[in-house]
Design a protein around this ligand. Structure first.
Ligand code: CFM
Length: 546
């Protein structure tokens, strides 16, 4: 901590955050704002409906399904069935990059496909228009797969995207067409869309190609979406180490790789929230264990590589991992040693979707910075408190709306990659298989954890803590910066990245150094802080509850 910095009393902050809310809202929000204790993790209310009008950071189910999970696979034609805005605003905004192997390989990511629903379709139904759109996409591109995404009006009028998809799939014979009931209103956030997407990808894609994959150490990378080129850096490291990446779900991936993914021997999960369902389902059906890893942060990357080598239990691989870590570390060390004196003791706040608010704390730790408050937009209690809490989570009506697939072991393809005894031995070595500790165990005592942060709460937190940097997204960016605090977009990386692996860590250190040590933030005065506005003392922000 900087010598002159006094960290506010978190229980007082908590009181202040909810003080101005109407009683019912205050009662509800209080359960989502907790003071952390890594020893005795407190319960956080999460994955519940947002209070209407509170200005949430959250997105919708369609965003989680189409944008997040399916979007990054380059050779699926993703048709959005709905009004044009749903497709347009999801068009290339997530910065999920892709690199086709040759110029001739299919890449539909730059395209924006929509049925462009009109009032007439709402009144008379849109299935006919959808089928025409599928036919048009097929005639133009002859893709391996076409996926259909339902937006809110589709669910309201009852168009059957699944029946339309089946009909077109049969008609074409050589194109896998499947639909998703991922209407924006399904579930309480984009988290519902992740689950729906996992189900669909598992049902319609995984396991279609049984060709044995080649390589000695074969794994799938789950929950890495190649934002700003993150997956490229992980791929670079895997290649150096001698690990074969069968499929990535779904950054820089292809239909073929996902269809063949069940031939891998391990699933490593980066973003637990968006894809843990896939890990569990692949384990049950094919016998592939999963392991939580983190490639955000140089130390986390080294740790994750060691975990993977330990899982495969091969001495040569272990040696190779150590050699790569030894080779990559000096570059990282040189940069951090130069930057650390300038960043050490500074504070950060992270409010991002469902996993980055956790993972990026590792990078801030490496910079000597403390995370004083953090939270997810839409994660569940297990992402905060660890998976041990799963049996205790109440399944409410909103969660029940989302289908839980009944998965059983495949009669022919089930092949447990490790015996129970082997798994037990790995556990004894400290390797957590099919587990995730969550965010809170890693955060300092008395830091603040806030789920589904509202706009008002974010302003209050900034006023009280005056953090050196606030991490969130584009919706928050300019409001926060007008308050004189730099905002790092951890969704899109502000056009930067990659931030994974060793090279990514270096990029991050440099970007954060530039932001937190830039004198410009101290010179900013928002218009309402300037004298001469309104009553001369400047405009005061007011809220309906005042
Ligand atoms: Fe997982 Fe993601 Fe995230 Fe996420 Fe997202 Fe994202 Fe995110 Mo934006 S899958 S939960 S739904 S790591 S798009 S790449 S940055 S909110 S923290």
């Amino acid at each position: 901590m900087e010598a002159n910095r006094i960290i506010p009393d978190p229980s007082q902050v908590r009181e202040e955050l909810i003080q101005k809310y109407p009683a019912k809202v205050a009662k509800k929000r209080a359960k989502s704002i907790v003071i952390n204790d890594p020893e005795i993790i407190p319960e956080v209310q999460a994955n519940v409906r947002t209070v209407p009008g509170i200005i949430t950071q959250r997105g919708c189910s369609y965003a989680g399904c189409k944008g997040v999970v399916l979007g990054p696979t380059r050779d699926i034609v993703n048709i959005v069935h709905g009004p044009i805005g749903c497709s347009f605003y999801a068009w290339l905004t997530r910065r999920n990059q892709t690199k086709p192997e040759t110029l001739m390989d299919a890449n539909y990511i730059p395209y924006c496909f929509s049925t462009d629903m009109q009032e007439e379709n709402i009144v008379f139904g849109g299935e006919k228009k959808l089928k025409i759109a599928i036919q048009e996409a097929y005639d133009l591109f002859h893709p391996k797969s076409i996926a259909i995404f339902s937006t809110c009006p589709v669910g309201l009028i009852g168009d059957d995207v699944h029946a339309a998809s089946r009909e077109m799939k049969e008609k074409f014979g050589d194109c896998n067409v499947f639909g998703f009931s991922c209407e924006g209103y399904r579930g309480v956030s984009q988290s519902a869309g992740h689950h729906i997407a996992n189900n669909g990808v598992f049902k319609h894609m995984v396991g279609r190609d049984n060709t044995p994959s080649e390589g000695k150490f074969k794994l799938n990378l789950l929950g890495e979406y190649n934002i700003g080129g993150d997956a490229f850096e992980i791929e670079r490291i895997f290649e150096k180490v001698g690990i074969t990446l069968v499929a990535s779900f779904s950054g820089n991936s292809t239909v073929g790789a996902i269809e063949n993914s069940h031939t891998a021997d391990l699933n490593v999960i980066l973003c637990h929230r968006s894809i843990n369902y896939m890990g569990d389902m692949m384990e049950t059906k094919y016998g592939i264990p999963w392991m939580k890893v983190n490639f955000v942060g140089a130390e986390s990357t080294a740790k994750s590589l060691r975990k993977i080598a330990e899982y495969f239990g091969d001495e040569e691989l272990k040696a190779r991992v150590e050699a790569v870590i030894a080779e990559e570390t000096p570059k990282v060390k040189a940069v951090i040693e130069e930057i650390l004196p300038r960043t050490k003791g500074k504070t950060a706040m992270l409010f991002v979707g469902g996993s980055r608010a956790h993972h990026y704390q590792d990078l801030f730790n490496e910079l000597g910075m403390t995370t004083v408050a953090a939270g997810y937009e839409f994660a569940h209690r297990d992402d905060y408190e660890g998976r041990e809490v799963l049996p205790k989570i109440k399944v409410d009506a909103d969660s029940k709306n989302i289908e839980e697939l009944k998965i059983v072991a495949d009669p022919e393809l089930y092949n447990p990659r490790k015996t129970d005894a082997e798994l037990e031995a790995l556990k004894e070595k400290g390797l957590e298989i099919n587990g995730y500790e969550g965010m809170m165990k890693q955060m300092t005592k008395k830091s603040l954890v806030v789920d589904d942060l509202s706009h008002y709460e974010s302003e209050k937190l900034i006023e009280i803590y005056k953090p050196d940097i606030f991490c969130a997204g584009i919706k928050e960016k300019y409001v926060v910066q007008k308050m004189g605090i730099p905002l790092k977009q951890l969704h899109s990386y502000d056009y930067g990245g990659p931030y994974t692996g060793f090279e990514g860590a270096v990029n991050f250190y440099k970007d954060i150094d530039r932001m937190v040590n830039n004198p410009v933030w101290k010179l900013i005065k928002a218009p309402w802080e300037k004298a001469g506005n309104g009553n001369g003392a400047g405009l005061a922000a007011s809220y309906v509850t005042q």
